[in-house]
Design a protein around this ligand. Structure first.
Ligand SMILES: [Zn+2]
Length: 225
């Protein structure tokens, strides 16, 4: 009798696990463990619902500044969580001193905007509403930071120590398109943990890009007016 009960409950657990795996694999959302927690208390390296149903909707005070559309280079107003904007200013100033010009083409996005993007681009190219790092105002898309650009190499060299990480470039879950332009402010301690986690890939990419730079094959990030 005892054995029978055990077997039945084991079978139930197995069925539950299989159902869970099927659902998550099917939606392209294998649950990974977070690599670290950012200075605002949000996990890094894991699909996570930041805002929306059952979550606090407020992201705190936002700073407004000028951004540039990545294709047309038209100036457009941007918003970021204040602490993230301060950190972006540091990043931008440091880069400028080394001849790299950084501009933002996307900052904070509301739930409604995320919903539109998700409908337009689908799950491979956009996060579900409430799940995007842009929804908490700590992520930026950088204008013309492409796979083979001097700015991407510079960011891989200097971004981590300034508290920024390319969370949508190095990610273990889901079936997403890699984004060298997407960087998230997490604070320098969490950035260091992220770097250690992905060190092999990051160092390999730095080597590859450095060699391309020597051959003059990396796009320059020019100063906009
Ligand atoms: Zn982004």
């Amino acid at each position: 009798m005892k054995t029978k009960t055990l077997t039945l409950s084991n079978w139930k657990s197995i069925t539950l696990i299989l159902t869970f795996l099927t659902i998550n694999l099917f939606s392209g959302e294998l649950i990974a463990r977070p690599i670290a927690t950012d200075i605002f208390g949000y996990p890094i390296g894991q699909s996570y619902q930041y805002i929306g149903k059952g979550k606090k909707a407020s992201v705190g005070p936002l700073a407004t500044f000028t951004g540039y559309h990545s294709r047309t280079l038209k100036s457009t107003p941007m918003r970021l969580k204040k602490a993230a904007y301060q950190a972006f200013t540091n990043l931008r100033n440091q880069a400028r001193q080394e001849g790299i010009y950084l501009y933002v083409s996307f900052g904070y996005r509301s739930l409604a905007t995320q919903r539109k993007l998700y409908q337009q681009f689908g799950p491979r190219r956009a996060e579900k509403p409430g799940y995007s790092e842009h929804n908490i105002g700590t992520a930026i898309d950088l204008t013309r930071v492409t796979f083979q650009s001097e700015a991407f190499l510079w960011l891989l060299k200097k971004g981590f120590q300034l508290g920024w990480v390319p969370t949508y470039y190095y990610r273990s879950e889901g079936n997403f398109i890699r984004e060298p332009w997407h960087w998230r402010y997490v604070g320098s301690k969490a950035a260091q943990t992220f770097y250690q986690h992905w060190k092999k890939s990051i160092e390999r990419d730095k080597q590859r890009l450095t060699s391309l730079k020597r051959q003059g094959k990396l796009a320059k990030n020019r100063k906009l007016k």
